[in-house]
Design a protein around this ligand. Structure first.
Ligand code: DGL
Length: 270
């Protein structure tokens, strides 16, 4: 069991920001990373669509004998997690709760959240934060277009900067003290946001908090891998080459990915 892989998935390269934090904390694990590039962006899909995508991926992970699954996608964590978390025989981790818990202990009263439309419409961050800390004001901003920029490897363009300014400046004008990167793709643009805010400490990356949660939980369950070295295997549901090119910008160790189309995943899991 200890050597079984941890499954981690996202709509594309965004979840690499979570993988990076996991590998920092628990480098000996074996990881299976699935990027659903055929159906990106998840943030523009309905709850019903996301539920069916997530179940297909989890069913496939189950056949791969995973010992745990990390939802490295806020859109699915915000809309699907609560409904499916007890349906599998392995623990499933969501991005929202560990970050909301962290915010509770912060002094900051005004918090911004940059996220996809699916995450913003669910109000998952504001609901969880305000449940524990009703005095905090949480501003959630949907940022359509950013995921496409990252998937198409355009983070260094003026188009990227313009769009980031459009979403971040109004939040700064509201006086937010912290900004949650509520989509796992957005750490790819973190440096631009920090520059606009002129504040290196303004960002909160949920990837760090979910990684801590995963490592603590696996330790408690006594299923951390104690062998010397882990491995990572990458899969993308379309255009694996583009996945590698866009992903490398943030995760240079990414060298190749296997293309695994959705109909194949469904067939394997049957
Ligand atoms: N990176 C995912 C998230 O955290 C999905 C983004 C998308 O595909 O729209 O929400």
């Amino acid at each position: 069991m200890k050597e079984h892989p941890i499954g981690i998935f996202d709509s594309g390269v965004g979840g690499l920001s979570v993988l990076k934090e996991l590998i920092n904390l628990i480098p000996n694990e074996n990881y299976l990373y699935f990027g659903d590039t055929a159906r990106v962006p998840y943030g523009e899909k309905t709850k019903e669509q996301l539920t069916s995508y997530v179940r297909e991926i989890l069913d496939w992970f189950k056949i791969q004998n995973v010992k745990a699954v990390v939802m490295a996608c806020n859109s699915s964590s915000a809309t699907v997690y609560e409904n499916i978390k007890n349906d599998y025989n392995f623990p499933i981790f969501s991005l929202i709760e560990p970050t909301a818990d962290f915010i509770t202990y912060l002094n900051s009263e005004k918090i911004g959240v940059l996220a996809t439309s699916a995450t913003v419409n669910s109000r998952a961050y504001s609901t969880k934060i305000n449940k524990a800390s009703p005095s905090k004001t949480v501003y959630e901003v949907a940022c359509p277009g950013l995921v496409e920029i990252i998937e198409n490897n355009k983070t260094a363009t003026s188009e990227a900067k313009k769009l980031v300014i459009k979403y971040v400046v109004p939040l700064l004008e509201k006086g937010v003290e912290k900004i949650i990167l509520g989509c796992t793709h957005y750490p790819f643009l973190g440096h631009i946001i920090q520059d606009i805010a002129n504040d290196k400490e303004i960002l909160i990356d949920p990837a760090k908090h979910i990684a801590t949660k995963v490592s603590e939980s696996l330790l408690l369950l006594d299923i951390l891998n104690d062998s010397e070295k882990g491995a990572v295997k990458f899969y993308a549901s379309s255009n694996a080459q583009m996945f590698v090119e866009a992903g490398k910008i943030f995760y240079p160790a990414l060298e190749n990915a296997e293309e695994l189309i959705i109909s194949e995943i469904i067939k394997i899991a049957k």
